[in-house]
Design a protein around this ligand. Structure first.
Ligand code: 6R9
Length: 646
């Protein structure tokens, strides 16, 4: 177990970081006090415009309306590729690492340009034009990035659907945004297994009457169903067209993409992002948060099917002329050293991943990490959920050898870019805290009635003013945008997360507010109890939910996955309860501790709390849809061994 202490900037960050503490405060102050000047300067610095804007920004948060760089014109693919060609034509834009360790390649900016222009011409030739929606259902291969950029080149709006979604989920997303073309691959490859993408597309398209074109990348050469007039092979079609493709001049507020949020409840929401503000948000945060310096190799382990892959594999890094690594496989194949082997192979400097991956690797033991060099690493990042201090310390000490600052970045699909985060060189770190707002972000905490809380406080996290990369609408349902994000509290954006602000003004995200428990009048973040549990040496991962309790209001039900080699026992349960009481307080002691070999997770790695809550409450007939789970069999196991039976 590591001692949890605050980490001074000087401990780790590079000496020539873009900003120091004073630099952060100066820019932050300007971003809040003179926003138009600030954002105009940044938009000029980070982006290349075909035509300047007439007005920096206009918004009405009560209606969920925002517009940035009004009347400005630019093209995203030009910003991510063409403008780099003079200086960086031969520089690697994308390092692709395949599922098998023997399989990798580098794509230069010049090659990227050629691939993107060809595919853009293919789409144009099939009648896809500005404003049309194109669905991407792709594995993690370079063609996924080409496809996103090709759409942006011709002004088509892409909707990437994660390759792990089922045919039904794909069908619903295609139809919701009325996509007329689909780009896919014959099969994907992950962890040595094949994923039948084209076959899934066939199943989905049985009920998608408006799709006229399917472009298929040949990844494995596996058998596929073929429809003469609708289907074209990527390699054949691209070989037959020109490498010259004039870009479409896009308005700053023209849509860039739609991305459906992982629907734990209700119909998925098509989050719509636009051109100028989104690109500025992703590029600027990539530069400052990862302290990116020319020539560095940067790796974000997300899938392009999620917002993190959009902003921090493709758009942010490429807009900055960076070298971005794209990994097809999984962190545990061929073994749990894979990430560190990749770091050594490609001399990765910056590594950005999710706490769930960190905990999974941590459970495999230090040896798999320490046998690798990792000498190139200088910065680590975390995203997707609160990172428990135990995992943070392990990441810091074992992976980063106390040399690499950790940026714990809080943001959402809806925010487009990182919102609350440390900046290396400028921010002292506290394990588990996302620390301070990024430029132009004005967070606040409110009580349930909407009263703003001052100073040290816990409450619901809101954002008080518009920022460039904010969600513009829920595709086809603007009212849903207003109802979900702009109605709970008047005139501000409601994040759905709870947070605490400490004496240094640092934010600690406690998780979704629907996950906050109230036990005997004590508010307890499930994340707090989980952090305590995973601090115990025997625990690899834990998920905590609430269930109704006659006397206490709610009681605490914990699902616990033991570390490898640990045998669960009643004694250990007692020890864990006492341990939590010690860490958090006796009010936070779990009433139930159920051992489990795994937790039900969505394919993006989020724990499906809705399902866990139902099992904990013994409400099995309303378990709901478990089809979006990565491994639905886990649920059967949990049900069979549940502890709280009526
Ligand atoms: C980028 C992304 C958004 C939700 C968000 C919050 C949780 C993300 C976090 C974090 C604590 C962090 N979240 N980053 N919680 N600390 N650093 O993950 O987008 O998939 O839309 O999820 O994830 O609860 O509201 P998305």
């Amino acid at each position: 177990m590591y001692k949890i202490e605050n980490h001074k900037v000087s401990d780790a960050a590079r000496v020539d970081s873009h900003l120091d503490e004073a630099g952060y405060h100066k820019l932050y102050k300007q971003s809040i006090e003179e926003p138009d000047t600030f954002w105009a300067e940044q938009a000029e610095r980070f982006l290349t415009w075909d035509k300047p804007w007439s007005k920096v920004h206009e918004s009405d948060m009560s209606k969920g309306e925002a517009a940035w760089f009004i009347d400005g014109k630019l093209n995203v693919s030009v910003n991510c590729i063409d403008r780099h060609l003079d200086k960086r034509g031969d520089q690697t834009a994308i390092i692709w690492e395949g599922d098998e360790p023997s399989d990798s390649k580098n794509i230069s900016y010049r090659e990227l340009h050629e691939h993107v222009c060809r595919l853009a011409n293919v789409l144009r030739a099939r009648g896809v034009k500005k404003g049309d929606r194109v669905c991407l259902y792709m594995p993690m291969i370079p063609e996924a990035a080409y496809a996103m950029l090709a759409c942006s080149r011709i002004g088509a709006v892409h909707s990437v659907v994660f390759g792990g979604f089922s045919p039904d989920a794909l069908r619903d997303r295609i139809n919701d945004s009325d996509c007329q073309a689909v780009i896919t691959a014959d099969e994907g490859v992950r962890g040595g297994k094949r994923v039948p993408l084209k076959q899934n597309v066939e199943k989905a398209l049985k009920e998608c009457p408006n799709v006229h074109t399917v472009v298929t990348v040949k990844r494995t050469g596996g058998d596929v169903e073929w429809h003469e007039h609708r289907d074209i092979w990527y390699h054949e079609a691209c070989a037959a067209v020109s490498t010259d493709c004039p870009p479409e001049a896009m308005d700053s507020e023209d849509p860039l993409f739609i991305l459906y949020t992982s629907g734990s409840t209700g119909k998925p929401k098509g989050v719509l992002h636009t051109t100028g503000g989104y690109l500025l948000g992703s590029a600027m945060t990539h530069h400052y948060v990862f302290d990116y310096h020319d020539g560095e190799v940067y790796w974000c382990t997300a899938d392009v099917g999620w917002i993190t892959g959009h902003s921090y594999i493709v758009y942010g890094p490429l807009c900055n002329g960076a070298t971005t690594l794209m990994f097809e496989g999984v962190p545990t194949y061929p073994d749990a050293s894979r990430c560190w082997d990749i770091v050594d192979k490609h001399k990765v400097n910056i590594f950005y991943t999710a706490p769930t991956a960190i905990r999974a690797l941590m459970a495999q033991g230090n040896e798999l990490v320490t046998k690798t060099s990792r000498a190139s690493l200088r910065l680590l990042g975390s995203v997707g959920e609160p990172i428990n201090p135990e995992a943070w310390e392990w990441y810091y000490h074992v992976v980063g050898e106390m040399r690499c600052p950790i940026v714990d970045t809080w943001w959402q699909t809806e925010t487009g870019a990182i919102m609350i985060t440390p900046l290396p060189g400028a921010t002292d770190l506290k394990p588990g805290s996302a620390t301070r707002p990024f430029f132009g972000v004005e967070p606040a905490l409110v009580d349930p009635e909407g009263n703003e809380l001052e100073g040290v406080a816990s409450g619901n996290l809101i954002i008080k003013r518009s920022w460039p990369s904010q969600i513009r609408t829920v595709y086809g349902d603007h009212q849903r945008l207003i109802d979900t994000y702009f109605s709970a509290y008047k005139g501000v954006y409601f994040t759905g997360d709870g947070a605490r602000r400490d004496e240094d003004g640092y934010y600690w995200i406690t998780g979704r507010v629907d996950d906050v428990l109230n036990v005997s009048g004590h508010r307890i973040g499930t994340a707090e109890v989980e952090s305590a549990l995973v601090l115990h040496d025997s625990v690899a991962e834990a998920a905590v939910v609430g269930c109704p309790h006659d006397i206490k209001g709610q009681c605490i039900y914990a699902y616990v996955m033991p570390m490898r080699g640990i045998t669960p026992s009643d004694e250990l349960v007692k020890e864990l309860k006492a341990f939590v009481a010690e860490q958090v307080g006796s009010f936070a002691k779990p009433d139930f501790v159920q051992w489990t070999p795994g937790l039900p997770k969505t394919r993006s790695g989020k724990i499906m709390r809705r399902v866990l809550r139902k099992i904990a409450c013994d409400e099995l007939d309303t378990l709901g849809d478990t089809s979006t789970l990565a491994d639905p069999a886990v649920v059967d196991e949990l049900v069979a061994n549940r502890l709280n039976r009526a």
